[in-house]
Write a protein that binds this ligand. Structure first.
Ligand code: KG4
Ligand code: ZN
Length: 347
């Protein structure tokens, strides 16, 4: 089964064709990130306008690539697509309403024109499925699993008993992990927007020497699976204002603090729920320190850890197609609408 997926939840316009939920055939992506960097944060109106500009070229590029991958270079693209694609999938939330609408309406139009089933996908569930692609762990993942979704807008701990069987067990009570990374990066003058990766690169420069600064590990010892990151951002601001410590040391201790609580609570949940796998998903799962620490801690309790290839951690349509394949909530186009505040359990 070949699914054409469309993802437009934030500032990326993405499309992909994936076969049987695991094999990427083609994908394309455009981003308006540089424009948001100029403003020091995402401007929803700008993001939505960029989605409108990019959606048709991105879908067209994906179909051209799929045509080529299938060895039908000389075929008419529309005829090829109608024949080749079995279903259309689209992210319906959570995300920015103006951005989501662009993808959902494009997907509806294609489903109608090509007479194909339409599968709505929850973006957060999509992040989980980056692990199930051939390029990720694929078939070796065993259930039940504990999943840590760490993105720019969300931090959720989920018990996954099987495909379509998700139970929310905890999450952030304030800022998301990615949001905390982004705010710390801005405070430290590293990058104005989406600075998580840049902050982790600066942190590496601090080396392995003992740091003089110590930040709190919020909610680490509380008997629940919740997180809180807004206090860390305030603590970073205070340290930066003191001008006593180099940015790389503050960055490193900040990263250590975030990683420590994410890892400790995820591994604790894995132990408590007696799971067979631990999965990471979302932009922050690209973080090297997080990947290393969770692998180390999970090894102590002998539970395998899976994280997506870096390329599939941040937003794209490849994992949306994978999620659609494993969770086929097919609906008539007329019943599909966007839901900007969709929760991980909702679809
Ligand atoms: O999942 P994603 O692409 O978008 C959302 O759905 O929100 O996640 C983006 C987030 C941003 O906050 C970005 O700074 C963060 O993921 N991020 C990282 C790294 N790469 C991306 N944070 C820490 N370390 C990284 N290597
Ligand atoms: Zn995302």
């Amino acid at each position: 089964m070949k699914i054409l997926a469309i993802e437009t939840s934030c500032d990326e316009t993405a499309a992909a064709v994936v076969e049987n939920g695991v094999k990427e055939v083609a994908s394309a992506l455009a981003t308006s990130m540089e424009m948001h960097e100029k403003y020091g944060g995402i401007v929803p109106e700008v993001a939505a306008r960029k989605q409108v500009e990019s959606i048709v070229p991105v879908i067209a590029e994906t179909l051209e690539k799929a045509k080529s991958a299938a060895g039908h270079d000389s075929a008419n693209t529309q005829e090829f697509a109608r024949d080749y694609i079995d279903a259309i999938a689209v992210t319906v939330g959570p995300g920015l309403i103006g951005s989501l609408i662009v993808g959902v309406e494009a997907a509806k139009a294609l489903a109608l024109a090509w007479n194909k089933p339409l599968i709505p996908v929850n973006h957060l569930v999509g992040h989980i499925y980056a692990n199930f692609l051939e390029e990720g762990a694929g078939k070796t993942i065993e259930f039940p699993a504990i999943v840590l979704i760490v993105s720019g807008g969300h931090t959720d701990l989920v018990l996954m008993k099987g495909h379509g069987q998700l139970e929310y067990i905890g999450g952030t009570v304030d800022d998301a992990a990615g949001e905390a990374f982004d705010k710390a990066a801005r405070i430290l003058g590293i990058k104005t927007y989406y600075g998580g990766k840049a902050l982790s690169e600066i942190a590496e420069k601090a080396g392995s020497k003992n740091l003089k600064i110590k930040l709190p590990r919020p909610m680490l010892h509380e008997d629940n699976f919740n997180f809180s990151f807004s206090g860390l951002k305030t603590a970073v601001k205070r340290l930066a204002d003191e001008k006593k410590y180099p940015a790389e040391e503050i960055a490193k201790e900040f990263q250590n603090a975030v990683v420590d609580v994410l890892v400790e609570k995820t591994v604790r949940a894995a132990d408590q729920f007696n799971v067979k796998s631990i999965l990471l998903g979302g932009g922050v799962s690209a973080n090297k320190a997080l990947r290393e620490k969770i692998s180390e801690k999970a090894q102590e309790i002998r539970i395998p850890v899976y994280y997506p290839p870096v390329r599939l951690c941040t937003d794209n349509a490849v994992y949306i197609a994978a999620a659609a394949y494993f969770n086929r909530h097919i609906k008539p186009a007329s019943e599909i609408s966007v839901n900007p505040s969709l929760k991980v359990m909702d679809l």
